[in-house]
Ligand binder design. Structure first.
Ligand code: AHM
Ligand code: MG
Length: 341
């Protein structure tokens, strides 16, 4: 068999720098920090069951959710990797009550901020189900050299300069966008490199998968209930009934639907009147990727996710994302029957 050398993530970033006329190398350094942290998490997740890394850490995050040992480890790893490069002036994380200011001299003059969910779906980790890291990158609004402010973090999703996820699955992959399409890189643990395995990812216009936690059905808004019933009705033209697939790990559910085509729904329900997913570091980066792959992402009121003006760091929003024609059908139901609790 002839050896096949795919382009590595590092090579890809360098080769595409020409797309950014003002690129100073800071952005590549930022990506190299994310890439390195992802490799560390890959390593730790793979031995979690052996190294006493499964289970709870003993504390709660600001949202009252129990932190797991790997949540804490992933958060510390990404923070340390980003801080070490001198390219990020502020970090916000699902695991931190407030955003972190990096004004240690090394990072003070950086122009980027990063928002992240270091280990999404971590409640799945003890049973060997795929989890992910989600990240979102913006240019700061405040002047370089000053302390970052709320306004740097409360930017609309459409201001993102990059977003992506790492999926720690049957293989580890990084999928990201800088607004020029979506590319996916698979990690080869024997070489320690991510290679371009999924260039220019596009999601089908119409898929056959719907993904929702149907256990909450009775609490869903009427428009969402209608749409779920629509998914289940037979119709040859749209290949219905659709298949129901729900892992309960956002990155995994989105990754599958992105490739096969499908719709992901996390509506409002009585336990979560605003939905469960967080606008800044879960919904916005996923919305950017889904749109760049040709899909759409909207909220319960039908608003484009990336147009929502954030008001707080950990705010939640009903989230619907996926294949374009499926979102259009959902919109009809939300318009007619309502999409909020
Ligand atoms: P987390 O950030 O605490 O891990 O929670 C987010 C996760 C998502 O990965 C997933 O889509 C969702 O929670 C599943 O929620 P549910 O168990 O209510 O269906
Ligand atoms: Mg999360």
């Amino acid at each position: 068999m002839k050896p096949h050398f795919m382009q590595t993530l590092g090579e890809f970033i360098v080769a595409n720098q020409k797309d950014y006329p003002n690129a100073s190398g800071e952005f590549s350094a930022l990506f190299s920090a994310i890439r390195l942290a992802a490799k560390v998490i890959h390593r730790e997740i793979n031995k979690a069951g052996l190294a006493d890394l499964a289970g709870l850490a003993g504390g709660d995050n600001i949202q009252g959710e129990a932190q797991r040992k790997l949540d804490v480890l992933a958060n510390d790893t990404f923070k340390a990797a980003l801080a070490a490069r001198g390219v990020v002036c502020g970090i916000a994380s699902e695991e931190e009550d407030h955003y972190i200011l990096l004004d240690d001299g090394l990072n003070t003059d950086s122009k980027y901020i990063v928002l992240m969910d270091p280990l999404d779906g971590s409640s799945n980790i003890d049973v060997n189900v795929s989890v992910g890291t989600i990240f979102s990158v913006y240019k700061r609004r405040s002047p370089v050299g000053t302390k970052v402010t709320d306004a740097d973090f409360y930017q609309r999703g459409n201001e993102q300069v990059a977003a992506g996820y790492v999926i720690y699955g049957s293989s580890t992959m990084m999928v990201y966008t800088t607004g020029q399409g979506v590319n996916g890189f698979t990690f080869d643990p024997t070489l320690g490199v991510f290679s371009l395995s999924h260039p220019d990812m596009k999601t089908p216009e119409l898929g056959q998968i719907y993904s929702v936690n149907e256990g909450n059905y009775v609490h869903f808004p009427d428009g969402v209930k209608r749409y779920i019933k629509y998914c289940q009705v037979e119709d040859a033209a749209t290949s219905r009934p659709y298949t129901s697939r729900y892992i309960g790990s956002l990155v995994s559910d989105i990754h599958r639907n992105l490739i096969y085509g499908g719709i992901f729904l996390y509506p409002s329900s009585s336990p979560y009147p605003e939905g469960k997913l967080r606008l800044l570091y879960e919904c916005n980066p996923i919305a950017f990727l889904v749109e760049q792959a040709g899909g759409r992402a909207i909220s319960g009121s039908g608003q484009r996710i990336m147009d929502i003006q954030p008001e707080s760091l950990h705010e939640r929003v009903p989230f619907f994302a996926g294949s374009r024609r499926m979102i259009e059908d959902l919109e009809v139901c939300l318009d007619e029957f309502g999409g909020k609790g």
